[in-house]
Each structure stands twice: as structure tokens, then as C-alpha cells.
Design a protein around this ligand. Structure first.
Ligand SMILES: *Cc1c(COP(=O)(O)O)cnc(C)c1O
Length: 365
């Protein structure tokens, strides 16, 4: 069988007994919505990330929508978002009727560039959605201090970085609010859609929890207009098994990343992790000038690769109504050069050797 980009089958076989038991347990209990599995997972997620409150929800996308509701963001309000990230970071802002205002990214980390934030702040700016792209935390010390000076709140879109660290703190504990995704291929993935929101503020936690349950204060009494954005109980049970093994998986991902870097850094631009940061390696992404050719050589050898992302957000058709033509030079150039390689906790050195040899062949001809 050929190599997988993210080998979920291998991971399942590793934990099959525990996962099957966890799913069966939910079936036997018939507690399909909320219940012990969800509340236990929330406590375990909070404990893992060192945050006071974790609130499970239906996806990483809904996790970005609900804080806009809880923060009372109004039509026309502006939220700063990186120009180079997954679509959902900006689409929920737009969906909620607010305006995503793009900020170019740093050429080393590919995360929002703090030096370019202030020029985008207006009297309509309410908050900043900063993404920890590919698993490396953004520069939250700088972002938080700019936000504080301007009376803004900060949300970490940690969809790719659960399990990462910045100094002594974990991703999801670096800003007022954080969100993550349990999409199957994310570092901590479930077997469908799922996500979570994090905060240390008890009042905000309470609001977020109400908004994912129809704004309900008690049964059939609705204080707010919210959504049905709860995390499925079966998914929570699966996530509890995976979370028990997650620290070990983060270590394995870091070993695999170090191996790629050691054997590729002389021929391509390999990822740079800032001192004090630990990445969760949602993606291992190199930069190459002749990306199409490299992809083609790898694909003839049935080595899967992916491009995260081929287009900066300001160029997306869905955002043409913003009439924002930049410039976002770093985002533009990244979108033509980035290439993500197979990466997961169970990748073998043999598989990596094959990827490495193929890249060397593609570059040296
Ligand atoms: C995956 C992802 C999301 C969306 O998460 P879903 O669970 O798929 O809805 C949001 N932001 C970023 C940066 C992502 O990578």
C-alpha cells in the first residue's frame, strides 16, 4: 500500500481496542448528546492546555463563529485576520456580517505579522483572529500588547496547533479566547467534525456554552439567539482515547519533522521554529521555487503532497466584495511556493527517506 499524507488507518489500528470500546460505551449508554464523555473530555482538554475552561463544539468553523456572537460583534465591525490561512478563519467573520480585514504574514513563521497590524486598526476594529499556522504559535506577546493598547480582544485560531507550546504556555492558552478543530486530519482529530473553544474567563466561558446550545439559560428558556453547535458524544469518546496518547504523538511528530529538516535543509527552505516554540506539526511545509515540477515527480512515485494554501484569502472570489487588492506580498509569494509533505505520528523513517530522495531527485534532476 502506498504512503498516506496523514495515515489515520495506522493510528486507528494502534488504538483500535480502546476506540471500539469507547464508541460501544456510548451506544450502550444511549447518551448521544452531551453527558459524561463530553464533560470529561472538556475537563481533560482544559487540563492538557492549562486553560480554565474548554467547551466542545461542532467544528473548528463553528468555534470561530460563536465567539463573534459572545463578543457582541455587530455588522460593519472589523476583525483583523491573516491574509494567508485557511478560508474558515475569515469566512465566519464575513458570515456573521462583520468585515474581515487582512494583514500580511511574517516571511519566517507565515503567521500574522505583528509589525503590520497597527496600520490596519480603525475605529471599527473589535478583535484579532491570529492563526497558529501549521502548528507553530503566532507571536502572541506582540499581538496581545498591540490589542491591549487599542482595546481589542484576541482569539487564537489553534485549529492546527493544539498540542503546540510557546515558552511555558500551551497553544489555546496564549490569548483571551482560543479555538481548535478536531477535523480527522488535524493533530488531534476525531472521526467526523468537531472542535473546541478555550478561555480563562468564567463569564465568557458561560456565554460560549450558552451560544452553542440555542442561547438557552435553562431548558426552553432562551436568553440569546444561538446555534446548535454541540460536540457529538461519540466524537468526545473517541477524542478521550486519542488525547491520552497525544503527548506521545506530538513527540513523534517532532522527531519526524527534525528528520525531514536534517535531510532537506541543504536543498529546500525547511520550516523555521522560533526559539521557545514547539510546533504540533499539523503540516510539515517546505518552500520550493519549482513547486509544480517537484509535485509532479512526487506524484509519479505515488507520494501524496498538498498545498496549504494556493491562494491568499484576499484573492478568493467569495471575498471579492471586500474590494481589497492588497498588497500582501508575503502571502502572494508563499502561495506559489509552499508544499506540505506527508506528516503524522506514525510515519516511518523508510517512508520519509522515500520522500526525501524523491525531492532531491526532483530538484537536482
Ligand atoms: C481546519 C481549520 C479550520 C476549520 O476547522 P473545521 O473543523 O474543519 O471546521 C479553521 N481554521 C484553520 C486555520 C483550520 O486549519
Amino acid at each position: 500500500m502506498r504512503m498516506q499524507f496523514v495515515d489515520l488507518g495506522k493510528q486507528y489500528r494502534e488504538y483500535k481496542k480502546e476506540i471500539d470500546q469507547a464508541i460501544q460505551g456510548v451506544l450502550d449508554s444511549t447518551q448521544f448528546i452531551n453527558g459524561d464523555e463530553v464533560s470529561s473530555l472538556e475537563a481533560e482538554l482544559a487540563d492538557f492546555a492549562g486553560v480554565s475552561y474548554a467547551i466542545g463544539c461542532s467544528s473548528g468553523t463553528d468555534a470561530l463563529l460563536v465567539p463573534l456572537m459572545a463578543k457582541g460583534v455587530k455588522p460593519g465591525d472589523e476583525i483583523l485576520v491573516p491574509a494567508f490561512t485557511y478560508f474558515a478563519t475569515a469566512s465566519m467573520v464575513s458570515h456573521w456580517g462583520a468585515r474581515p480585514v487582512f494583514v500580511d504574514v511574517d516571511p519566517i513563521t507565515f503567521n500574522i505579522d505583528p509589525a503590520k497590524i497597527e496600520e490596519k486598526i480603525t475605529n471599527k476594529t473589535r478583535g484579532i483572529f491570529a492563526v497558529s499556522l501549521y502548528g507553530q504559535p503566532a507571536d502572541f506577546d506582540a499581538i496581545n500588547s498591540i490589542a491591549k493598547a487599542h482595546g481589542l480582544w484576541v482569539l487564537e485560531d489553534a485549529a492546527q496547533s493544539f498540542g503546540a507550546r510557546s515558552g511555558s504556555k500551551c497553544s489555546c492558552n496564549l490569548s483571551e479566547i482560543a479555538t481548535t478543530s478536531f477535523f480527522p486530519a488535524k493533530p488531534l482529530g476525531c472521526y467526523g467534525d468537531g472542535g473546541a473553544m478555550f478561555t480563562n474567563d468564567p463569564d465568557l466561558a458561560d456565554l460560549l456554552r450558552k451560544y452553542i446550545n440555542h442561547g438557552q439559560s435553562k431548558r426552553y428558556h432562551h436568553r440569546y439567539v444561538g446555534i446548535n453547535g454541540r460536540l457529538d458524544t461519540i466524537q468526545a469518546a473517541i477524542l478521550r482515547v486519542k488525547l491520552r496518547n497525544f503527548s506521545q504523538e506530538i513527540e513523534l511528530r517532532n522527531e519526524a519533522a527534525a528528520y525531514y529538516t536534517k535531510h532537506l535543509q541543504d536543498i529546500v527552505e525547511t520550516p523555521v521554529i522560533i526559539d521557545g516554540n514547539v510546533s504540533s506539526w499539523a503540516q510539515y511545509t517546505i518552500k520550493v521555487e519549482n513547486r509544480d515540477k517537484v509535485r509532479e515527480v512526487l506524484s509519479t512515485k505515488e507520494i501524496p503532497t498538498s498545498v496549504h494554501y494556493p491562494m491568499p484569502l484576499y484573492k478568493q472570489e467569495a471575498f471579492s466584495y471586500l474590494k481589497d487588492s492588497g498588497p500582501y506580498p508575503v502571502s502572494d509569494s508563499l502561495s506559489t511556493q509552499v508544499l506540505s509533505l506527508p506528516m503524522h505520528a506514525f510515519i516511518t523513517r523508510n517512508e520519509q527517506d522515500e520522500v526525501i530522495a524523491s525531492i532531491r531527485e526532483a530538484i537536482h534532476g
